[in-house]
Ligand binder design. Structure first.
Ligand code: ACM
Ligand code: ZN
Length: 534
């Protein structure tokens, strides 16, 4: 069978795409005659490298089928009919996360050259089985798969979903449910927005008031709470099994009112913020050396908790009125030969970037830092382009000019908190449907463009919880529209027409239901009368 797959590889340039409902859409797929039937005697055979994925797959298959599938190492196996085989293939063309999946009447083969590839092959296999495979309970479904061969690999190495746990706390089980869904969509970075004006959600042992005070500063409908270091380690480990890096965001120097209520001595002139709503000009003082020590202490603990190569330091929406008035900030501007407060933020960013570089990390900051001219930025600074509503592609262009790595994640149309129809403070111009996102998302830059700019490492999508988007309201905003973005992040080559994509997406609704996702409408036509976003 391996030989057949390799022949298929050789013919790859000649084949056309078949009607296969896997999302995100694989790069190449061809259907063939016949069916494979998963039965209680199917074995799951793996090479050493695929052990974890094979174990994960068996667990996923056993619950809904009620089988106790046998897991076998390839080295101890002679008879390999009626088997799902995960085997190593030395193929450079699969890249870092690609796989080949071949389904034939007598067995299934998943080939990859690394663990992520095996895992994504398993994810695709699950999507080929009937939707009941997503059920928690046993089902008497006939577990058959139409024969086919797929070769697949991602468009971008960075495919992120951001959750705002700063404004609203969500329970760890909820976070894990989202990690599971991300893995289904082959997304690999969970960007966890852990701090905001309205709440500091990460336990920092050296500064306990960050959570004892900072997690409780908001007094509206916010859900209060924070994640202990033990809970964070558990979430990071859970994500790792799903080939997801958890990228923490500690948003500084702005959006930090919660921290500055707990520790006002690190704001300009020691001023405690009066409001935690919206964003204010009460920032961490960029002139005070003690602020930098405070930051370094915090990021030291953050790095101990999160092994991710990338650490997000925020940097968005930091109005400079206090920095303008602050004697220490002004002194620092003079001392460092900076032109203004914006340049002080670049200095602040570079200080943290240098500190985190020593720990082997890259630093992500929101595009605000490059929307104005200023001094050079450290090489390990990644620009997260977001403010399309205000600045169009200014941050993107400037980041390209500076040759920084870039993540594309524009508020039009990859902020999933913008609902489909107006709600609360989200007026008509802050709404979008699946089609708009699929066809007009500025973050989906044309492959011709991204191929030219290797520093564009990928795309992101966000769910902000401003205007009181509580935990129970999140599913209906994120799903199913996130599928459009997963498609844009993963699918290599030209996107299929929206109609084809939408048709495919609808076949996933029963899977979402089985996974207990309270998904919302993708298009106005799907909205029931009186549909509520809350
Ligand atoms: C942002 O939306 N303030 C990054
Ligand atoms: Zn200051």
């Amino acid at each position: 069978m391996k030989k057949l797959v390799i022949t298929f590889l050789a013919l790859m340039g000649l084949v056309c795409k078949a009607e296969i409902n896997i999302l995100p859409t694989p790069e190449f797929a061809v259907e063939s005659e016949g069916l494979f039937i998963l039965s209680k005697s199917t074995a799951v055979i793996h090479c050493d490298q695929a052990k974890d994925s094979a174990t994960w797959l068996v667990k996923k298959l056993n619950k809904p089928t009620g089988y106790k599938l046998k897991l076998q190492n390839k080295q101890n196996t002679k008879n390999i009919s009626n088997a799902i085989i995960l085997d190593y293939v030395d193929s450079e063309s699969l890249g870092a996360e690609g796989y080949i999946l071949a389904v034939e009447q007598n067995g299934v083969m998943i080939l990859a050259n690394n663990e992520a590839g095996f895992f994504y092959g398993c994810q695709s296999l699950l999507q080929l089985l009937p939707a009941e495979i997503c059920d928690e309970q046993k089902s008497d479904t006939k577990w058959e798969i139409a024969c086919l061969t797929i070769k697949d690999r991602p468009r971008f190495p960075w495919r992120s979903f951001m959750l705002d746990s700063g404004r609203q706390y969500q329970k760890p089980e909820f976070i894990k449910k989202y990690l599971d869904q991300m893995a289904t969509l082959k997304m690999n970075k969970f960007h966890w927005h852990l701090t905001e004006g309205q709440g500091w959600r990460i336990e920092i042992k050296k500064y306990p008031k960050l959570t004892s005070i900072g997690s409780k500063v908001a007094q509206g409908k916010e859900q209060q709470g924070f994640y202990t270091q033990e809970q964070i380690k558990d979430i990071v480990a859970y994500a790792k099994k799903l080939h997801i890096d958890v990228v923490p965001e500690i948003d500084v120097p702005g959006h930090s009112e919660a921290a500055l209520i707990a520790y006002p001595e690190y704001s300009c002139m020691g001023k405690a913020p009066k409001s935690v709503m919206g964003f204010t000009s009460v920032l961490f003082c960029g002139g005070n050396e003690k602020t930098y020590q405070f930051m370094e202490d915090i990021f030291t603990e953050v790095c101990e908790l999160f092994p991710s190569e990338y650490i997000h330091i925020g940097g968005d929406e930091a109005p400079k009125a206090d920095w303008k008035k602050c004697p220490q900030c002004q002194k620092k501007i003079k001392e460092q030969g900076l032109k203004n407060e914006h340049e002080l933020q670049i200095y602040f960013t570079n200080r943290l970037a240098r500190f985190l570089h020593q720990k082997g990390r890259k630093v992500i900051c929101w595009g605000d830092v490059v929307t104005m001219p200023g001094p050079a930025m450290e090489k390990n600074v990644v620009v997260h382009w977001w403010n399309y509503r205000g600045h169009k592609d200014k941050a993107l262009k400037e980041a390209i000019r500076r040759n920084q790595e870039i993540i594309c994640n524009t508020n039009y149309y990859s902020y999933l908190n913008f609902p489909l129809t107006p709600w609360n403070q989200y007026r008509q111009n802050r709404t979008f449907d699946l089609k708009t996102c699929y066809e007009k998302n500025p973050s989906y830059l044309k492959p011709e463009y991204t191929d030219k700019h290797e520093n564009i490492i990928g795309m992101g999508t966000c769910l902000w919880t401003d205007w009181f988007v509580q935990e129970y309201m999140i599913d209906r905003r994120v799903f199913p529209r996130i599928y459009a973005m997963a498609e844009q992040m993963w699918h290599k080559g030209k996107l299929t027409s929206f109609d084809d994509f939408y048709k495919k997406l609808k076949t996933h609704y029963p899977r979402l239901k089985a996974a207990k996702i309270d998904y919302g409408p993708a298009m106005i036509d799907e909205m029931s009368k009186g549909y509520k976003w809350d």
